[in-house]
Design a protein around this ligand. Structure first.
Ligand SMILES: NC(=O)N[C@H]1NC(=O)NC1=O
Ligand SMILES: [Zn+2]
Ligand SMILES: [Zn+2]
Length: 503
């Protein structure tokens, strides 16, 4: 018997190595293809509407190993002999993937609010190919190298799109230049701070001195400071008055007047001027997040830009889609800060966006668990402030924007090109040769109602202010670095998004 075993040993070894190469070694190949719903990585996407920085063209985009390697107009495409795999989208629009510079995915620590897997699946289904995660609402907040490491661990292998990170500027690290240096060296794309309480205990607000410190460190790295620009003034005293029913949206609206935004922006613009040493080029870039006030706040920003300040501003689809007058008693899905203001304010925000005074859009996706939205009690003063929107921001922008004559090029500018510039990612933000093949495909004229029949990937769709609305603009497919990560109700089986760190 022993003798027999010895004799077949070489055969067994051969069989084992055969099995190894087939099932173990080759499985690495299988896992690569798990990243994409396509079985190949060199192909042409064709369509009659490809949105490029040089206009909308009919033709083909060639993608090879995650990069856009050529763009061919239809006239030249006809005679092309090198055709390989072709994915023809006919009349559907091909756009650069959206970059959402402002999302709270709440992971680690509050993943029950959203989390990287559901958040990035929802992003992919909405045409977003990259998002930047905010440093707060997760636990701990991203305010040091150690806490950034926890973020990276939580995100790794859990993200379906590319994800970058903002660090937090808080009183604890603001005067500690080496701590900020370490955080920036570790790769956060910039810092974010609050000029009023953030609603999260471990993310306290910053004062003028903290912001000055932050700006001077950021200037060295040429990275932006993002600020939630509201300063609490004493205008909220009337709250003691019983006439103000907390179930009325108007009660909440009165607690955060436009003057809060104006005061904050006035102070910020002064601070950023003060931190310059030898002229505008030496200062840090300032980015005002989620502008709601289209009055004096916007005016201050316009003047600052005109005088050469390095400042940009974003607003969010919820300020462009909704107005205070429409918000029903107790419907706390609409509570956010700064608040959604009246219809005239909304009109003025659209005008500012169309005229280029507002630079870009972001979701400020800030979900929570339904219990904290207090949907039954409907108390606007106590409910969590934050709007859940991530998967819907693009169809919302298009559906409301088309009434204002919004063009495809403008959508690409607000959602891709300018965001890419803010985060310093030259390889993203447009359909151009040499850039990442971050692309999404959508049908402008397909209408749908947001209800439970649709595939929604957000963890708590019920709390989204958009549920029940009728929208146009259906996302058919999303490519991240050439991987087809989403196609009509289906995601790639593996989460292969990249962690994006500043160099
Ligand atoms: N903590 C947090 O997400 N706050 C956000 N929510 C909101 O409505 N505005 C914010 O800044
Ligand atoms: Zn904010
Ligand atoms: Zn936010």
């Amino acid at each position: 018997m022993d003798h027999f075993l010895w004799r077949i040993l070489p055969l067994l070894a051969l069989l084992a190595s055969f099995l190894y190469f087939y099932y173990v070694h080759d499985s690495s190949k299988f896992s690569t293809s798990d990243c994409s719903l396509l079985p190949y990585n060199h192909y042409w996407i064709t369509s009659k509407g490809i949105v490029t920085p040089r206009g909308v063209i009919s033709g083909a985009v060639e993608v090879k190993e995650g990069i856009i390697v050529s763009i061919v107009k239809e006239e030249d495409w006809q005679g092309n002999s090198k055709r390989g795999q072709i994915i023809d989208y006919d009349e559907a629009v091909i756009m650069p993937g959206l970059i959402d510079v402002h999302a709270h995915l709440d992971d680690p620590g509050r993943a029950e609010w959203e989390g990287f897997p559901s958040g990035t699946k929802a992003a992919a289904a909405g045409g977003i190919t990259m998002l930047i995660d905010m440093p707060l609402n997760s636990f701990p907040s991203t305010v040091s190298v150690e806490t950034l490491r926890l973020k990276l661990e939580a995100a790794e292998k859990s993200i379906y799109v590319d994800v970058g990170f903002w660090g937090g500027l808080v009183p604890e690290n603001a005067f500690n230049a080496s701590s900020l240096d370490a955080l920036l060296s570790a790769g956060v794309l910039g810092l974010k701070s609050f000029m009023c309480p953030s609603g999260i205990n471990d993310f306290p607000m910053t004062n003028a001195s903290h912001i000055k410190e932050g700006l001077s460190v950021l200037a060295k790295y040429r990275r932006p400071l993002l600020v939630h620009a509201e300063i609490q003034l004493d205008s909220a005293n009337y709250l003691e008055d019983d006439a103000n029913d907390p179930r009325h949206y108007s009660t909440y609206l009165k607690t955060r007047p436009p003057a809060w935004e104006e005061a904050a922006i006035r102070e910020l613009l002064t601070l950023s001027k003060d931190t310059r040493i030898g002229g505008p080029a030496e200062g840090a870039h300032l980015h005002v997040v989620h502008l709601s006030d289209s009055g004096s706040s916007l005016q201050l920003l316009k003047e600052a830009k005109r005088s050469g300040d390095s400042v940009t501003v974003e607003t969010c689809p919820h300020y462009l889609a909704f107005s205070a007058e429409e918000i029903q008693d107790g419907d706390t899905r609409f509570k956010c800060a700064p608040p959604i203001r009246d219809a005239a304010n909304k009109e003025a925000l659209w005008k500012a966006l169309l005229e280029g005074d507002i630079d870009m859009l972001s979701s400020d996706h800030s979900p929570t668990v339904p219990e904290l939205k207090l949907l039954n009690e409907g108390n606007f003063l106590k409910a969590w402030g934050g709007i859940s929107s991530l998967q819907f921001v693009f169809p919302v922008t298009w559906s409301y924007g088309r009434n204002y004559g919004v063009t495809l090029e403008q959508l690409a500018l607000w959602w891709s090109e300018r965001p890419a510039k803010l985060i310093g990612q030259d390889s993203k933000g447009s359909i151009e040769v040499g850039k990442h093949a971050d692309i999404f495909v959508w049908e402008p004229n397909t209408d749908f109602e947001l209800n439970d029949d649709l595939p929604i990937y957000l963890k708590h769709p019920r709390i989204s202010a958009y549920m029940g609305t009728k929208l146009s603009g259906k996302v058919l497919a999303t490519f991240v670095r050439g991987n087809l990560v989403y196609k009509e109700g289906k995601h790639a089986s593996a989460a292969c998004g990249s962690l994006i760190l500043a160099k």
